[in-house]
Write a protein that binds this ligand. Structure first.
Ligand code: XBP
Ligand code: MG
Length: 242
């Protein structure tokens, strides 16, 4: 069956944004007069909980902190994140811009399914491709549209409903195990590009694992009959550069 849409996760997949998220969390904590400081090692553990508000709540519970106003801390963190998100702070990951442009040329639909907020998606686009690139995506669904975050598949289901395509007509691009499990739950094939915080994740069951999308020879998992199975030649060219 022909692939008709590419569905992208944002954080870690379109760009390595998690360091900016981490800095924004820490600034929000400092502004609120709190002593919390999430270093990289701790943040890697905390990322297992998706969603910034949920992450704050989980951490408060873990250390037994009471009276933590997670929604307001998270709101401020989102403002700080968007202040930090200016051109030059974060770049799209290698191969992403090229993939998006080539997909548009062959009339594939593009979509976004993310845990983060819409304003953060817009901020990333503004700082990289330009805000008009938001219009490249036929469906953009975020953590604000869902009750449950990844690994729950709700956000992917919303995108599939928006697009009106069957799971096997789409490809999902993800960087994390949580994202992979969510994608598997809606039975959409998954392309994984591990990111700085997810290199140790368990990607068993992923259809493709690439180091980056511009490096066709860095395919970590490559069994030819498996890799090419079911992909039309235009989508194959898109992913494997011919
Ligand atoms: C990303 C997340 C997000 C970001 C922070 O998950 O878990 O919570 O870390 O963003 P995924 P918010 O890439 O799987 O969608 O603070 O806006 O939630
Ligand atoms: Mg991600």
């Amino acid at each position: 069956m022909a692939v008709r849409a590419l569905i992208f996760d944002v954080d870690g997949t379109l760009a390595e944004t998690e360091e900016l998220h981490r800095i924004a969390f820490n600034r929000a904590f400092a502004e609120a007069g709190m002593s919390w400081k999430w270093d990289r090692e701790l943040y890697a553990e905390l990322l297992k909980v998706t969603g910034g508000r949920e992450r704050i709540e989980a951490y408060a519970k873990r250390i037994g902190a009471e009276g933590v106003d997670a929604p307001s801390l998270h709101r401020r963190k989102t403002e700080l994140y968007n202040e930090l998100m200016v051109p030059g702070t974060v770049e799209l990951r290698p191969g992403i811009e090229d993939l998006l442009r080539r997909a548009r040329q062959i009339n594939l639909d593009l979509a976004i399914a993310t845990t983060t907020s819409r304003s953060n998606v817009a901020g990333l686009m503004r700082a990289t491709l330009g805000e008009e690139a938001l219009g490249w995506f036929r469906s953009i669904r975020t953590g604000e549209d869902t009750k449950r975050k990844k690994p729950d598949p709700e956000v992917f289901q919303l995108v599939l409903d928006d697009l009106g395509y069957r799971p096997e007509e789409c490809l999902i691009f993800e960087d994390s195990e949580n994202g992979l499990r969510a994608a598997q739950a809606v039975a959409v094939p998954v392309v994984i590009t591990p990111s700085i915080y997810t290199g140790e994740d368990d990607f068993s069951g992923a259809d493709y694992v690439f180091k980056n999308l511009d490096e066709p020879f860095s395919i970590l998992k490559f069994t030819p009959e498996f890799v090419f199975h079911g992909l039309s030649s235009d989508v194959r060219d898109l992913l494997f550069h011919g």
